[in-house]
Design a binder for this molecule. Sequence first.
Ligand code: GDG
Length: 483
Amino acid sequence: MTPACGERPKLLVVANRLPVSAKRTGENSWFLEMSPGGLVSGVTAQFDTKWVGWPGVDVYDEVGKNALSKALAEMKCIPVFLEEVFDQYYNGYCNGILWPILHHMGLPQDDHHDTNKTSQTQYDAYKKANRLFLDVIIDNYEEGDIVWCHDYHLMFLPQYLKEYNSKIKVGWFLHSPFPSSEVYKTLPSRSELLRSVLTADLLGFHTYDFARHFVSTCTRILGVEGTHEGIVDQGRVTRVAVFPIGIDPDRFIRTCKLPEVIQQMNELKERFSGKKVILGVDRLDMIKGIPQKYLGFEKFLEENPNWRHKVVLVQIAVPTRNGVPEYQKVKTQVHGLVGRINGRFGSVSSLPIHHLDCSVNFNYLCALYAIADVMLVTSLRDGMNLVSYEFVACQEAEKGVLVLSEFAGAGQSLGAGALLSKNRLIILGFFGTLTEPMHRRTKEMDLKLNPEVKGTLEALCNDPKTTVVVLSRTGRNILDQIF
Ligand code: GDG
């Protein structure tokens, strides 16, 4: 049935991971917690939404699966159980092969041949996982529903959905960058994945550059026509558009006003009294450039002995994808760097780097954002980077500076291009008070942004003490310019 007049359309949001965390508390009981986030709050207001995805835990017994499905149903979530394929699909194909290619890193050395046994097994598991998603959608789909597929985990799903029922409205959104065709074409299954994605009705990307790379890649690899609307193939049009993701700034602003958070801020300020605080918040992923950040910081301390005990870098390095060898390597690498830098420049009473291998709770994260003098985002490549928005939202009382890699999508959304040439000037405002004219200029430039981004930014920029700094490289050669 199509929705009656006045009814909200039904949306099935399909993503690798459901927006919940699930913990088993008994044979047939579960504790569930919804993870709030931009996407969650953004879409639920406009659509009657159901979520389809992996629940984040392996469940092997039917009793457990049924109990979890029932509990999740109350939160409008539908689980896809992926136990049999998870390792090869998620750790293998998604995060070992697709993720590095989408982030311009190319294929890991062993996977350059179609015949490679491991990558073939992973590819088969990927297809199987996409079929498991399809099965769950079929069980829950009602005529007129819109199916919105998310990210590189689900590139075969549009094709499978359309083969099942060509009338289903399908959208696909990519949260990561899309690279140039020169990088993308190293993927053995490049054509199949593109052909599948093109069966969707609408494709979304964070930035214009990613969308443009996608269109030109389709043109070069598949020989289809790219137009200003999207891709035309044998008379059929797949629309390609830019929808930069945002955050819910009010949630951050509200949290920063909670007495508990204000107390945490005071404790942090006291703890770091007399020092400037540089903050990093990233999953411990190669794309986030954490080793590069540490090398840049080391170079700064090396060249500026007078700053050695006056600045601290607090890095929250959230563990992620532990099953993928490349992630284990980067963890070892950053631990080595932290040891070396703290060993070289620390003293009994003061360490330059505070590195945490864990996440912190939301309130504490907001307190850290609020007290930081500098937020250092050094992504080598990043789809958007929400951390940079969140920092700006929390900077109510302070006048910190966001140092943002131009290789994060946020660099474009926040009007990076416009600010780049003023880069040095804004940096000079770092430890001083920002002048009114500079603020006016920042705001004027914000107004040139597209309407979706403008809304978020206007809320973020309410506080005249906050500004955005964008730098052209990854942080390595940045700190000496700041101080
Ligand atoms: C992917 C793309 C794109 C982080 N540490 C803690 C914590 N977080 C939260 C942040 C933020 C989120 O995780 C991270 O989002 P990012 O966008 O910065 O990065 P990815 O995780 O890589 O996300 C990215 C995004 O998808 C959306 O499309 O922007 O480019 O890679 O919300 O707040 N939250 C808590 N404690 C932590 O320690 N509570």
